[in-house]
Design a binder for this molecule. Sequence first.
Ligand SMILES: Nc1ncnc2c1ncn2[C@@H]1O[C@H](COP(=O)(O)OP(=O)(O)OP(=O)(O)O)[C@@H](O)[C@H]1O
Ligand SMILES: [Mg+2]
Length: 591
Amino acid sequence: MSATDYAVRAEGIQKRYAGKPALDGFDLAVRAGTVHGLLGPNGAGKTTAVRILATLLRFDGGRAEVGGVDVARDPRLVRRRIGLAGQYAAVDQVLTGRQNLEMFGRLFHLGGKRARARAGELLEQFGLVEAGDEGVATYSGGMRRRLDLAASMILAPQVLFLDEPTTGLDPRGRGEVWDAVRALVARGTTVLLTTQYLDEADRLASRITVIDRGRAIADDTPDGLKDRVGGDRIEVVVDAGGGPRGGREGDRPGRGDRTGDGRRGAAGARAGGRPGGGADGGGADVAGRGDRGGGHRTAQAEPRRRVPAPDRTPYGTGGCGMSTADVSLTGPGRRLYWALADCWNVTRRTLTHYRRRPVAIVWQLGFPIVSVLLYGFVFGEAMAVPGDGDYREFLMPGMFASTMAFGFMNTTVAVVTDSTKGVIDRFRSMPMAPSAVASGRGLSDLLVACAELTILAVTALLIGWEAEGGAPAAVAAFGLLLLLRFSLIWVGVWLGLLVPNAEAAGGLYAVAFPLTMISSIFVAPSLMPGWLGPVAAWNPVSSTVTATRELFGQPVSGGTWIEENAVLMAVVWPLVITRCSCRWRCGGSSA
Ligand SMILES: Nc1ncnc2c1ncn2[C@@H]1O[C@H](COP(=O)(O)OP(=O)(O)OP(=O)(O)O)[C@@H](O)[C@H]1O
Ligand SMILES: [Mg+2]
């Protein structure tokens, strides 16, 4: 068989997490146009293998090819050939099911009309028509799973990775997924399906690789595996010491427990594989018994009934008229077009969030108004201003800048939420422009910033503030404020990818608050005590505040270099911040 007969090939893949091997010389060969099962117990390395093959995770050694493309060398091209449904549903919780599918359809470059039609077809196919226009947050776990699978099948990819696609589904849901997989394969898609259910692998897969402790310990047809074990139940038992172990189910405590001395795969036949054993039984001792019931949940979960292959072509290339491989970006013009289109579609998603949850935008826009009124009237008469100016006049540029500065927290929380919910992984496994994930987020945040500034300015004008420097200078001042927000959006994206969860992101406020407030927002640095003055003067936020004060026609005091060159520094600081955070973001990305 030639190399081109294989849609997926992995040789000697090594992956370590904090020095601990998750994949330890993992081999896999998946024939094109087939369903290949990857069967193994909890912690065996199935998800790690899938994430590596889907370009979401870097690996430490070995070689992997998907659709004939080297995963490490050309991950972008691989993404044009694959679809992925990860182990946990990666769908937008705020949008409706239909909006999710339409958004992913647009990001697959179907265009609005076809994306809408495809969303309708998939909702019908996965039994979600009734719930289609309800928010995903109200869906049950099984409904979310079905929506996630539907999203992975918007197009007919060359290779589809399904990580435990039917876990948590009822028998009808499993049947629907199996039908969908068969229909895709009939149209030429290759499916790599990880599962803990032997019956699922048996029904769908023409070949099964059994994985344990990061190594393939058996690789055969389902019948071949069953022949070797004499039944339709395979139980993978790996001795902690590396040697095959005998014994019946329940003959010693700790079996089936990842932390116990032996591990049991949820899949029938005993494969007493040594960690050092190779694939296809090389070094793996596959033995078994004809235990057809035995209380095993996976063997019992579904009656042994062959689900007939569907004779219709409900979706795939027939449904949408194109496959991921058709989404070719040729020429710089076309590439730019799609980068902008993708960016806008990601932006649309955030704007739809605000439409569906207006209270979020009311709070975001209302808070600055309350702040202006509060600080303006509470501090208004009490705060000293250099040169005996009016405090409210002095305060407004500070309020504008602090609103722009704190906005990065929203970006961080949004990115970390997407990251923990798997939405960023889904985006990254798609053929959309990689920059669109961040730039789309950035654009929507920038639009919100424009709305914030407008509302702040109107409120300020109502309480007597005036932009005395004239209209062009005021426009320049608002431009500098947006530039500050723009740069901090990238800090927000970077932090969002760095912090582990939304709670940790909330904790960042404790750091961001003093960093922003030790600036000239409320008090001129020249009036601050000791070392605080110079620190506040060199704070990038201060440069924007001082520059906007100047442009709004207020005399700027202090006379230090940084204050005299505030307009210049209000441009330089954001550029430096943007450059650094984009660099760190690229350095910190996992693939
Ligand atoms: N992000 C991570 N950080 C550290 N260790 C990890 C991480 N992800 C996975 N691991 C470890 O790598 C090993 C393989 O995990 P993986 O999720 O690939 O297993 P799996 O076969 O998919 O298991 P399951 O059936 O439970 O989904 C496990 O020991 C797991 O603890
Ligand atoms: Mg897994």
